[in-house]
Ligand binder design. Sequence first.
Ligand code: NAI
Length: 304
Amino acid sequence: SVSEPKSSFLPRSRPWSVAVIGAGAMGRGIAQVAAQAGMSVRLHDAVAGRAAEAVIAIRAEMEKRAAAGKLSREVCDAACTSLASVEELSDLADRNLVVEAVVEDLEVKRGLFRALEAVVSVDCMLATNTSSLLVTSIARGCAHPERVGGVHFFNPVPAMKIAEVIAGARTGPATVEALRAFVADIGHAPIVAADTPGFLINHAGRGLYTEGVRIVAEGIAAPHDVDAVMQEAAGFRMGPFQLFDLTGLDVSYPVLSRIYREFFEEPRFRPAPLLRRQVEAGLFGRKVGEGFYRYADGRPVPGA
Ligand code: NAI
């Protein structure tokens, strides 16, 4: 038989029935915004009980927002009802979109997508929230790479109302269009970017952060001065060191290192040794109480 041309792939889309895999920081956020947008959402995690725990936490978060007047009572009630956890991948057979937010490990993601292809129907899209792996690499080994694409959200997902939509080398145009529609239906702004290391944000952003760290490493200015200039003069919401502390260097340093390697060690992406030293010292940022700044009860200590 003659195989169908790639462009003939037509994903099922609205009404969205979404599976979110990985009930960590990102998976929880994605599940929450999708449920708030009126979509049916099933959350799954490899660790038994974790998805169920996450659903309880997301419902509590939405109740809190409703009580504070940030979410209408109707939306909150509907979202609480349309969100549920599942313990088995095989419970996701009826979904038309899977968004994967599991650990940043190529083999784990590849294995997951292969397992999913055995569960979902052929018109279900598979999206990855990877921040530093190529969508093309994740799709390799899939029987239908044309239905695999990237949707890269930012942390915290409900507050960061933008997501990158990534077309891998074999992603079908219909998949890109449908993923773009999904992001828009959630109420976020979709930005389409090419499948290159770091996509758009971690590529463009690295210039700023890499240079910011160099300025400090070379003794030109202190972290709080760089942050102040970027906020007050350049209009950024946060300076590079505030953002490093918020994200956690344990998360961002491996991403930086991977992007540098994937660009074949291009000097402009080279992370500064200062960052490595911070990592070795366990100065990850806000989550441990100290990074480039010191924190007490999660708030920066003035002057520290
Ligand atoms: P996390 O570590 O908080 O959560 C990952 C979850 O995935 C855990 O609950 C783990 O049990 C589960 N998991 C691992 N392997 C699994 C499998 N095979 N099947 C089902 N569940 C599995 O991670 P986080 O921070 O939520 O990141 C998830 C993904 O999102 C990563 O690819 C990361 O690069 C990406 N990302 C993270 C951002 C961040 O700021 N944290 C921002 C944008 C993307």
